[in-house]
Each structure stands twice: as C-alpha cells, then as structure tokens.
Design a protein around this ligand. Sequence first.
Ligand SMILES: Nc1ncnc2c1ncn2[C@@H]1O[C@H](COP(=O)(O)OP(=O)(O)OP(=O)(O)O)[C@@H](O)[C@H]1O
Ligand SMILES: [Mg+2]
Length: 318
Amino acid sequence: MDTIISVRNLRKVYAVGSERVVALNDINLEIGRGQICCVLGTSGSGKSTLLNQLAGLEKPTKGCVYIGKHNISTFSENQLAKFRQRNIGFIFQSYNLMTSNTALENVAMPLMFRGVGLRERNKRAMQMLKEVGLAERAHHRPSQMSGGQQQRVGIARAFVAKPKIVFADEPTGNLDTKTTLEVMEMMVRISRENNQTFILVTHDQYLAQYADRIITLIDGKIVSDVENVSIVDRMNAEEIKAQYMAEKEQTGVKAAEHGKTDGKHVPSEVLSHQPDTGQKDATPKEEPLPADQTEVPTEPVIDDVASQPTSEQTDSPV
Ligand SMILES: Nc1ncnc2c1ncn2[C@@H]1O[C@H](COP(=O)(O)OP(=O)(O)OP(=O)(O)O)[C@@H](O)[C@H]1O
Ligand SMILES: [Mg+2]
C-alpha cells in the first residue's frame, strides 16, 4: 500500500473541568493513497476527534500523525494552516459556505489561497460546478439554493484544488435520503477519478458501505477495520439503494427535508456555523487574505518534501 496517512499511538484526552474525557485511545492506522475510507461509530465514539487529528485541526495528547513524510503533529499552527490549504479539502455537515458569496466564488476560494489568478480560478471553479451539475447556479448565493445544492457546492469547493486528501464529517447529515445517495456517489466518483484519498465520517452503517474500507470506533478505540466492496461496484447497487430508501421511509428516520435546511428559513449565520464539538472551521472565512497567500502560487507539498526533507518537517519526536 502507498501510505498517505500514518497514525501512531494516537491519544486525545480532553479536560472538562476536573474531568478527563478520553476521546481517542491508542489509535494506530495506515491509510493508502486513493483509498476511500469510512470512520464509522455511534455518537461520542470519537469520529470527529479522529478526523480533526488526521487533518491537523487539533493536537494529539500523545502519539502523532504523518501525512506523507510530514509529522504534522510537530507543525506550528501557521504551518498547519498552509499545509491544509495545499493538501486537504473539507466537506462539512452544515456546508459552511460563505453566505454573501456566489456558488462560483465559494468554489473558487481554495484556488485563491493557492495563488491561482482570477480568470483561471473562475474557469476551474466553473468546471467543477459543471461536474456536480450546478453550472446554472454558479451565480446564486447559498440562501438561494436547496440543501442538496449547497452541499454539492461544498463538494465542488473541497475537490476543486485537487487536494491529496478530502475529509467529510457527516456530509449528508442534513440531507434527505435521495439526495444523500446522490451526494455519496458524487464524492466517491470524484475521489476515484483523481485518485484522491477520501475519508468519510458517519454513524450510518449503510453509508459506510460506499467506502473501500470501514474502520469502526467504539469509545475512542478501533474495534474493527475491514475491507469493503463499495456499493457503487456492486451488481445489486440499485436494489440496495431502493431498500435503504424504503427502510428510511418506513422507520420515519428520513433526514431533514428540503426546505428545512436549505437556507431559506434559517439565518445565514446559522448555516455557516460549524456545530460539531471540537471541530474547528478550516474553511476560509470572510476575511481579507494576507497578501502573501494571494500572490505566490504554491504547489502541493506532500510529494515535494518526500524528496527534500528538512528536520523541521520530518520525524520530530513526540
Ligand atoms: N472539545 C471537546 N472538549 C471536551 N470533550 C470533547 C470535545 N470534543 C469532543 N469531546 C468528547 O470526546 C468524545 C468524542 O467526541 P466526538 O465529537 O469525536 O464524537 P463523534 O463520534 O464525532 O460523535 P457525533 O457522531 O455525535 O458527532 C465525546 O465523549 C465528546 O464529548
Ligand atoms: Mg462528530
């Protein structure tokens, strides 16, 4: 396996008053380049905490996370921010689009952070919007789109700069069942087309079946780690999907309908709020960009540093 993420003896403990919450307990893990990997578990099992660790959004209490040759656990906040901009895409449950910007502007944003010029980034953002079937909505703002459309904009934004790794934390949590399946297929398809590593966090055992590999967490520990044939590769995919939809309807667990979460009935600041505990918002905010990030084009660094390691970027003791 061509490993892109390597986790060693990772432990995360939160202090809440005088109590300590062990959110992750001795996690060891290798994830291959291009793998579509699901982190599955019930609420509170540590899924988001693990994702935050893999993405360098939070520091481990013990252990470390390597991405490529980088021990990101040793990076400063500034290094991490730059590293994420160059190598990582995020898809959030609550979309986290910039409410005052159009779909096109939202999708183009990661390219701006990479110093791509206006014309080129608009071209690439438009191509990406086409890929997710939203070219006609390019000039619409999030509040003028349904939840499913907003999440497709979120997907386009996550993939537009071709990051090596895309993380998605309950990306379909606000979507109805039919849209959920469309969005799942879209994310898997795009990841595969570009050989990108895709890491999905979900509590839904069915949605986990879209992955090539399912890692199950209970109480911050990996209790199972199995290979899986993705639904998209199964002969009876349509049958499985129909069954899922029927089950969801029958049990009345149908996720929020369009209209509830489509931005028309909720204040825009609620939509851009990131509700998950401990999950810091890694998407660009509506703040002016520092000049150095707008001017200098930067290349992905995962491969670069493999050939030119520096002591600061590799193998620091934890
Ligand atoms: N910032 C924090 N401070 C204190 N405790 C936290 C923090 N973030 C998470 N926890 C605790 O760590 C444990 C794991 O939380 P985490 O958010 O990773 O769960 P999860 O599997 O993502 O759950 P959900 O499916 O509800 O999102 C929980 O017991 C949670 O209360
Ligand atoms: Mg979570």
